[in-house]
Design a protein around this ligand. Sequence first.
Ligand code: SAM
Ligand code: SF4
Ligand code: SF4
Length: 380
Amino acid sequence: MGSVRVRIGRWGYDGPMDPRPAPGIEGVVLGQGASSSFDGRPGMPDRFGRALRDLRISVTDRCNFRCPYCMPAEVFGRDFAFLPKELVLSFEEITRLAGIFVALGVGKLRITGGEPLVRRDLPVLISDLAALRTPEGDPVDLTLTTNGSALRALAGPLAEAGLQRITVSLDSLDDEVFGTMNGVEFPVSKVLDGIAAARAAGLAPIKVNTVVRRGMNEASVLPLARWARSEGLILRFIEYMDVGHSNGWRLDDVVPAAEILELIDAELPLEPVAAQYRGEVAGRYAFRDGSGEVGIIASVSAPFCGDCTRARLSAEGSLYTCLFAVAGTDLKGPLRAGATDAELAALVESLWSVRADRYSELRSAATEKLPKVEMFALGG
Ligand code: SAM
Ligand code: SF4
Ligand code: SF4
């Protein structure tokens, strides 16, 4: 297809990020907020007119992998102090907060971590979240991102609990490469078996996330594309990002989206596909022979902050309005102190309404040095 085009952000603004004023709490009637010009659904716009539509919920900061781009083993070793249980939101607390976000216009919930499947009894939470309804009376779009290591055991119970679809992370089909990229030499075959279990349980579509890191897994791109195409899986390549402050990220380690697309296009010709909805993270490319599609999450080379509708709730109950935030706002404190739903909703709205985050569009030598919160704490 010649030169491959990727989506680019839409602003020319290059001023400093705005300092966030302390939130105030006022009464709101849930689900009755102003209608957003973003997509016509109810909800408060942020400073750039973006509506709050997606909530990523981290259910744990723990993980059984040590992917060097996320939780390098030399930093997160045996002595690392993960959150004690009493500081982690309970299922009841997560469900109550998620319900408030849904009432404010969130239509999509993604369960993540750390590794979400290491959280005990996760299907119980899934069934509580699956029961939530939007102000229009619709079920929420409920999904989960996992490293796949425990899917053989959990895919069935999760699907029965109401999980609809799933994303599995897999960086290579080559055991040596994958073993290095997961940091614990976890075998590819077990993740593939987990994907088979997810399919058998009826989770669909199944998406596969692959982080591409220079010098590590470029040679895995094409084999993964061939495999996903033959298996009917939606593969999404993710540019290696400067999340957190432990992975030693360097711009040189990023394989840009255009290069990834060209690698695939040389053997399996591609054509761009229109986004399915506003705010879609992955740029979509269909195989020209009609045999499926791949996605590219180009957050470094082609930032998409302009349509970013995502908020993140950490395992300890803090709200982050950007993946690259240096600080969140504690929701657990007010929740445990007895705040009403209306008070919590007002707090969320007050944070969202002043949101001016667009880190990826401002990324520079100065922002790289910021003490950003780690990816496994925010959930990606
Ligand atoms: N443990 C689960 C997993 O790996 O799928 C869920 C949490 S993980 C933080 C969510 C996603 O973030 C994964 O697909 C992972 O590959 C991706 N990720 C982690 N660190 C990243 C980085 N530095 N750059 C790009 N993607 C990253
Ligand atoms: Fe764990 Fe996922 Fe981070 Fe890898 S990317 S260390 S699997 S949380
Ligand atoms: Fe959204 Fe922040 Fe990522 Fe931009 S950098 S797309 S605002 S999470």
